[in-house]
Design a binder for this molecule. Structure first.
Ligand code: NAD
Length: 498
């Protein structure tokens, strides 16, 4: 198998690193090396930031409709190359091709939102705030913005960030996950093809040290991060201590509450894909199902349905999901499964021993279901990020809400019910930022924002939608008066306008 040498993207050029360190990218299905990325040196990162800084003054003056047209062209190219991107993505993440297409598509939808940037950047005006004085606001870009992205959505999450930031008139440095860099590099290549001027988008590579260097750089004005909780906390603290604006999307433990009046077949079918789909490596995966009252009788039937899901290779049309991203991720999931058994949860379905013939060295974990899970167990407290569903029984909706609210994460949740009253109570009382009602994974489309709460998000303004425009811009408020001859007023010794 050929090993692809990945470049950086700096000032419109695809360049190798200046240093000698490389990171190997492996195929999760067999852990063979498929690519090598350079670890960007300080010199590389300085070049990327300098290119972005140099491009900013002219890019922010480009007409807003021209910036929107770049996004229109980009959207067109991404749609044309949709399947090609999905194939690259599936091969390096191990996702099934269909799931990889979803990853690309959810990113394209954000680019579509960026095409609407002129309306999104409209300010406000009030005429005659005092006689003959008008006040209006301008929405202006910040400068060089930084994006740090995780492995699990290598198309969608970079596309949450740079298209909107750039459409607003900013320039951007992206540091994608070192585990699957081919997809973001392809996105950069297609952005150049769409006509992005040099320096507007730059991509550098590396891990913690490179991120820390970027976070401490005075020319970076805003930081968008998506990844795990400890890294998110570190990035939020460092970026804000360095006086930068920051939005950090972090880990999750998403609960689905099942009421006994829900349609059983729909609940079970929905929970299968929402729990083990993408090998559970989605920040919006349902990892805890809370069965209320009589619905607890459905747990064994759910485990039975989940047992029919078979992991497989990215191009196997019968595969339900693929391998985990790395041997470390697999080892972590297996140790949590063991811990769950030791702590006394009942393992109805155990995927620890699963592997795919001919690919035994891959990072496979079969679908796993625990019941009798209690909130003090590690399998409940930790984000497992694997194909493992924990089931818990409670007597009432009130108890279910208390349980969900006591959990430190707040990314997504759902309720399955036929009762409008129960659904309304749940949406109102639950302390989670994204709620599905008979919808298992409620990821909002980009005209809304992605609004995780609690330990799933550090910051104020969320990803995409109107909140992202506010995150990537500053508001300037102008108060103006134009004198006609002979209208001059005398000195005004107060703060009031007149
Ligand atoms: P990660 O935190 O390990 O890595 C994310 C990024 O941070 C990568 O680019 C990585 O190179 C960098 N990084 C890693 N360690 C660092 C350190 N010590 N200092 C500075 N930078 C560092 O996350 P991951 O394993 O790639 O992704 C999975 C995690 O992302 C899960 O916890 C998942 O819930 C979360 N996630 C959250 C959302 C959301 O919207 N809330 C979306 C997707 C993924």
């Amino acid at each position: 198998m050929t090993v692809n040498t990945v470049n950086q993207f700096i000032n419109g050029q695809f360049l190798p690193g200046n240093g000698s360190q490389n990171i190997q990218v492996t195929n999760p299905a067999n852990n063979q090396v498929i690519a090598e990325i350079p670890v960007s040196t300080e010199q590389d990162m300085e070049s990327a930031i300098a290119a972005a800084k140099a491009a900013f003054p002219s890019w922010k003056k480009v007409a807003v409709s021209e910036r929107a047209r770049l996004m229109l062209r980009y959207q067109h190219i991404l749609k044309e190359k949709h399947d090609e991107i999905a194939k690259v993505l599936a091969q390096e993440t191990g996702k099934t091709l269909e799931d990889a297409k979803g990853d690309v598509w959810r990113g394209i939808e954000v680019v579509e939102q960026a095409c609407n940037v002129a309306s999104l950047m409209m300010g406000e005006t009030v005429e005659n705030v005092a006689t003959n004085i008008d006040t209006y606001s301008l929405i202006q870009p910040l400068g060089v913005c930084l994006g740090i992205t995780p492995f699990n959505f290598p198309a969608m999450i970079p596309l949450w960030m740079f298209p909107l930031a750039i459409a607003c008139g900013n320039t951007f440095v992206l540091k994608p996950s070192e585990q699957d860099p081919n997809t973001p590099m392809l996105l950069a290549e297609l952005f150049k093809q769409a006509g992005a001027p040099d320096g507007v988008l730059n991509v550098v590579h590396g891990g913690a040290d490179e991120v820390n260097y970027l976070l401490n750089h005075q020319d970076i004005k805003a930081v968008s991060f998506v990844g795990s909780v400890p890294v998110g906390q570190h990035i939020y603290r460092t970026a804000t201590a360095n006086m930068k604006r920051a939005q950090c999307f972090a880990g999750a433990k998403n609960h689905s509450v099942v009421m006994p009046d829900a349609s059983k077949e729909q609940v079970l079918n929905n929970l299968v894909g929402a729990s083990v789909g993408a090998a559970g490596q989605r920040c919006m995966a349902i990892s805890v199902a809370v069965f209320v009252g009589e619905s607890q009788k459905w747990i064994s039937e759910l485990a039975d349905k989940i047992s029919k899901v078979t992991p497989g290779l990215w191009d196997d049309p019968n595969a339900g999901y693929g391998p985990l991203i790395s041997p470390q991720a697999k080892a972590r999931v297996l140790s949590l499964i063991e811990e769950g058994k030791k702590e006394g949860a009942t393992c109805l379905l155990d995927g620890s021993e699963f592997s795919v013939e001919g690919y035994e060295s891959g990072n496979w974990v079969g679908p796993t279901v625990f019941t009798d899970v209690t909130t003090d167990m590690q399998i409940y407290q930790q984000e497992i990020f694997g194909p493992v569903l924990c089931c818990i029984g409670v007597d009432t909706l009130e108890q279910a809400i208390q349980l969900v609210n006591a959990n430190p994460y707040g990314n997504g949740t759902s309720i399955f019910t036929a009762s409008g009253g129960a659904a309304r109570k749940y949406q109102s009382d639950v302390e989670v930022g994204q709620v599905g009602i008979n919808v298992p994974i409620p990821v909002p489309l980009p005209f809304f924002s992605f609004t995780g709460w609690k330990n799933s998000f550090y910051g104020d303004l969320h990803a995409y939608g109107k909140q992202a425009i506010r995150f990537y811009t500053e508001t300037k408020t102008i108060t103006a008066r134009w004198f006609d001859e002979g209208q001059e007023t005398g000195p005004n010794m107060t703060i009031n306008l007149r």
